[in-house]
Design a protein around this ligand. Structure first.
Ligand code: FNR
Length: 181
């Protein structure tokens, strides 16, 4: 199974990026996870959507080729970060690459609520007609105080959350098998 991770933070030391890397390594035998970089995407502009820049076409082609998408998002100002909204705008127009593509959401923040508001908004967006992505039901993953859950080498070390993620990923895998049948 090929999955792409869309991470809503482009900073190099992003905890959400590190979480995506943790998932890529820990479940390498279950699926091939490619972490996509949102930094090269220009700002969405309807004037150029029919002749979109190469970076956009490459990004959308990778999403289209994947069996599923893993969203990994922080929360910015009680909603999704702009880079994530920008990627979603590109994906929602012309070739609607998320259409029918299953996905699941996880997210983290330094606050105690662990990106809950951003994830609520993202969930709504996924059901909008431009995306139309079936979302793994239940299995909500809010990782709060994320900066306390990594060691100095940048490894995710919070055993309770690691165990919870094992369960959620197993549920995702089973759900995906039903959908891809
Ligand atoms: C934040 N942060 C934040 N945290 C939160 O729980 N709720 C929020 O609304 C916000 N808003 C917010 C806005 C902006 C512009 C920044 C830069 C940060 C803090 C955020 O959780 C923290 O910076 C995370 O570490 C960001 O994720 P990455 O980049 O580590 O993946």
């Amino acid at each position: 199974m090929k999955i792409v991770a869309i991470v809503g933070s482009i900073r190099k030391d992003s905890y959400n990026l590190k979480l995506a890397k943790h998932i890529k390594e820990r479940y390498a035998e279950k699926f091939d996870l490619e972490i996509l970089d949102l930094a090269p995407l220009p700002m969405y502009n309807q004037d150029i959507e029919l002749e979109a820049p190469e970076e956009v076409l490459n990004f959308k082609a990778k999403v289209k080729a994947a069996d599923a998408v893993l969203w990994v998002t922080p929360e910015y100002n009680s909603t999704i970060p702009g880079v994530l909204g920008n990627a979603i705008d590109w994906m929602s127009r012309v070739d609607k690459v998320m259409n029918g593509k299953p996905s699941m959401i996880i997210g983290s923040s330094m606050g105690i609520l662990g990106s809950v508001k951003a994830q609520m908004h993202l969930r709504d967006i996924l059901f909008a007609s431009g995306l139309n992505s079936p979302l793994l039901p239940g299995n909500e993953v809010y990782i709060g105080a994320v900066h306390e859950k990594f060691n100095e080498q940048g490894r995710f070390i919070h055993e309770d959350t690691i165990g919870f993620l094992d369960t959620v990923i197993a549920n995702f895998e089973n759900w995906m098998k039903q959908i891809l049948k």
